[in-house]
Write a protein that binds this ligand. Structure first.
Ligand SMILES: *[C@@H]1O[C@H](CO)[C@@H](O)[C@H](O)[C@H]1NC(C)=O
Ligand SMILES: *[C@@H]1O[C@H](CO)[C@@H](O)[C@H](O)[C@H]1NC(C)=O
Ligand SMILES: *[C@@H]1O[C@H](CO)[C@@H](O)[C@H](O)[C@H]1NC(C)=O
Length: 247
């Protein structure tokens, strides 16, 4: 080996990394707030942390089965999210994804649609004042087919999430439509392979979690350049999703 083949990378790299004009982006700490469609064992959250987060970045899945925007706070999960923001914000840029709706929309939840919107907005404001960046996600689609298409039964929650994010200049991505379009494109048989168990068209098995996490990640990367830098891509999987083919 020639001496300069060893030295050259060092002499090139050191002026760049020490330059005051080039700020290295901090790694990201992801905090995932949501219901069972985010939670470990049934949601996309663990797949997201395991397969889309670049080395150096990290996170925690706070998704909680059965959670509404009210119970997530009442049961203490939200307090843990905010505590983690303060713990991690010095070393990391902290992003908090917020995705609810599946349980809030049930009549027995005790959360009506205006409270749902208010609760989402309050979460987002608290994330900001704690020193992190909130990202609102419209709820993951259910995969119940009615003929050739899935039943769209989260449209109201989707609309509320988008309109409050827009009017408050918050980050948001439309997981609902992206996941619905994908499921419609691949059809019922292919979609059934993501079911957590036979007949469960809401929750995701492990591979389903990876695929739908990639849908979430691709939406974030497309919209926000800073997230691209802290994401591990899987172009093969992204291409399948984009072209509406089963993964
Ligand atoms: C939601 O519930 C609150 C509190 O009970 C009530 O003030 C409000 O009118 C309700 N809104 C809707 C849209 O039902
Ligand atoms: C959602 O909003 C769009 C346009 O803003 C509207 O056309 C649609 O009817 C709304 N859907 C529901 C279910 O509220
Ligand atoms: C990327 O996606 C492809 C297609 O779904 C999959 O087979 C492969 O295991 C994935 N690669 C990694 C490193 O996760």
């Amino acid at each position: 080996m020639r001496w300069w083949s060893v030295l050259l990378p060092l002499t090139v790299a050191s002026p760049l990394t020490t330059s005051p004009h080039i700020r290295r982006a901090k790694p990201v700490y992801w905090l995932l707030a949501g219901d069972s469609t985010t939670a470990p064992d049934g949601g996309w959250g663990d797949g997201f942390l395991a397969t889309t987060v670049a080395p150096g970045s990290s996170g925690h899945n706070y998704g909680h089965s059965g959670a509404t925007t009210a119970s997530f706070r009442a049961g203490g999960d939200w307090g843990n999210v905010i505590k983690d923001v303060t713990t991690y914000k010095d070393k990391y840029d902290v992003y908090v994804t917020i995705q609810f709706g599946h349980n809030d929309q049930k009549p027995a939840s005790g959360v009506n649609i205006s409270q749902y919107g208010t609760n989402l907005l309050t979460f987002a404001k608290e994330v900001k004042s704690a020193g992190a960046t909130p990202i609102l996600l419209t709820p993951l689609t259910r995969r119940n087919f009615n003929g050739p298409k899935v039943t769209q039964n989260l449209a109201v929650e989707r609309n509320v999430t988008i309109s409050l994010a827009e009017s408050n200049k918050l980050r948001w991505v439309d997981v609902n439509i992206a996941s619905e379009n994908y499921v419609n494109a691949i059809g019922k048989d292919a979609a059934s392979r993501y079911n957590w168990e036979t007949g469960d068209w809401t929750h995701l098995n492990e591979w389903g979690g990876v695929v739908f996490a990639r849908i979430v990640s691709d939406l974030l990367v497309e919209k926000y350049a800073d997230i691209d830098k802290v994401t591990t891509r899987n172009e093969t999987l992204s291409a399948l999703i984009k072209s509406g083919k089963p993964a």
